[in-house]
Design a protein around this ligand. Structure first.
Ligand code: NAP
Ligand code: GDD
Length: 371
């Protein structure tokens, strides 16, 4: 039975990856940070009573900033595969905490690689590093002949997050070359799901779509509506992570859908799921979104109501304007074949958020605090 260790298990990617590996018969260990309130909602459904035998899923308290802790956990677990997903991953927040993000996302990667080396596990343990399309920085001149970013496109990070992750990328590659480690980077473009953190733009939009349609929120405030992202489903992307570590030779791979969409169009698609048509008027900070039509009688929303506005507080000091990835290598070499397209993703996210808002409304009515 293979043993996997996942850092960053509590949120989107970690929870889907844990499910995938458990399905494949792995014993899964996860690193979770101590928090003063519960933060395991996304993995509670797979948590086992630790007195059961066998225990296939185990959590360890830990933090990527603490090298003694990283060494101890790896020593105890003796993993066949490590998936380093732990990170302070919010690009905008990284401008507020640049030193912290360098420590966790940059040095945290080094701590894992070095722990594997110190413990003499180089020939046993394979390492997946969660690299990112933020490394490209969205520079138009760096795209390939197909107008996309691929494994050979130059990097130009545009945030403290991107700069920290570029260290993670190169130190992973360096340990592979210097010590013959099976250490790989997955350069993943944006991937989303109903488990996406609530402050990333897609989830913020689908949550607000549900709340506005059900009369629980008036207006959604967003930042740059002109940004374009290559969005896929996290469930498909964790499958790619696993495939990367099953190859004969360690290499780096771009994981992407090969299509890009404006934030503004994601808003339109999200509301359209509920039969609500949004029309945008104005430009820049004065751009606003209005309800143009509603064809679903379940939602009593006023035609002409303003539901979207721009708040400059969400702008970033330096923005990545456009991301689009070329998945040719991952499709041909890994045999990776995503099951979701963007409309399937939006459909699933909106449906889950509608259910959640309805549940919250019922709880509130019954006198309980909503989630
Ligand atoms: P996420 O929702 O932000 O989750 C990050 C995870 O890292 C959480 O479990 C978090 O734990 C943990 N973490 C944060 N600081 C830590 C620390 N100091 N020590 C240990 N763990 C820590 O991220 P995600 O979207 O699932 O993405 C997973 C990874 O892929 C991240 O490394 C991200 O940078 C990278 N990535 C994501 C995307 C994407 O579009 N989702 C694309 C490319 C790369 P808490 O619950 O305690 O906060
Ligand atoms: N978060 C957020 N909130 N973003 C907004 C908003 C808003 O209100 N309004 C517009 N945006 C724009 C951002 O400026 C950005 O251009 C785009 O929407 C996507 O923002 P996020 O969803 O925060 O994701 P990201 O692209 O910055 O970063 C995510 O993807 C990276 C891979 O490319 C994160 O998951 C990173 O960790 C990941 O590496």
């Amino acid at each position: 039975m293979k043993i996997a260790l996942i850092s960053g298990i509590t949120v989107q990617d970690g929870s889907y990856l844990a499910e995938l590996l458990l399905d494949k018969g792995y014993v899964v260990h996860g690193v979770k940070r101590r928090a003063s309130s519960f933060n395991t909602q996304r993995i509670d459904h797979i948590y086992q009573d630790q007195h059961q035998t066998p225990v296939n899923f185990k959590l360890h308290y830990g933090d990527l900033t603490d090298s003694t802790n990283v060494i101890r956990i790896i020593q105890e677990v003796q993993p066949d595969e490590i998936y380093n997903l732990g990170a302070m991953s919010h690009v905008k927040v990284s401008f507020d905490s640049p030193e912290y993000v360098a420590n966790v996302d940059g040095l945290g990667t080094l701590r894992i690689l070095e722990a594997v080396r110190i413990l003499g596990l180089i020939n046993k343990t394979r390492i997946y590093q969660a690299s990112t399309s933020e490394l490209y920085g969205g520079l138009a001149e760096n795209k390939n002949e197909k107008g996309m970013y691929d494994e050979n496109s130059p990097f130009y990070p545009r945030s403290p997050y991107g700069a920290a992750k570029i260290y993670g990328f190169w130190i992973t590659k360096n340990y592979r070359e210097a010590y013959d480690m099976f250490a790989c980077n997955g350069i993943l473009f944006n991937h989303e799901s109903p488990r996406r953190g609530e402050t990333f733009v897609t989830r913020k939009i689908t949550m607000a779509t549900a709340a506005i349609a059900l009369g629980h929120q008036d207006c959604l405030y967003l930042g740059n509506l002109d940004a374009q992202r290559d969005w896929g489903h996290a469930k498909d992307y964790v499958e790619a992570m696993w495939r990367i570590l099953q190859q004969d030779v360690p290499e780096d791979y771009v994981i992407a859908m090969g299509e890009t969409t404006y934030v503004r169009d994601f808003v339109r698609m999200s509301f359209a799921e509920l039969g609500i048509e949004i029309e945008f008027k104005g430009e820049g900070v004065n751009e606003k979104g209005y309800v143009k039509a509603c064809t679903n009688s379940l939602y009593q929303i006023e035609i002409g109501k303003q539901v979207i506005a721009v708040d400059p507080k969400y702008f970033r000091p330096t923005e990545v304007d456009l991301l689009i990835g070329d998945p040719t290598k991952s499709k041909t070499q890994l045999g990776w074949a995503p099951q979701y397209d963007l409309s399937g993703l939006v459909q699933e996210m909106v449906a889950m958020d509608v259910d959640r808002v309805k549940k919250d409304m019922m709880l509130k009515k019954a006198g309980f605090r909503a989630s």
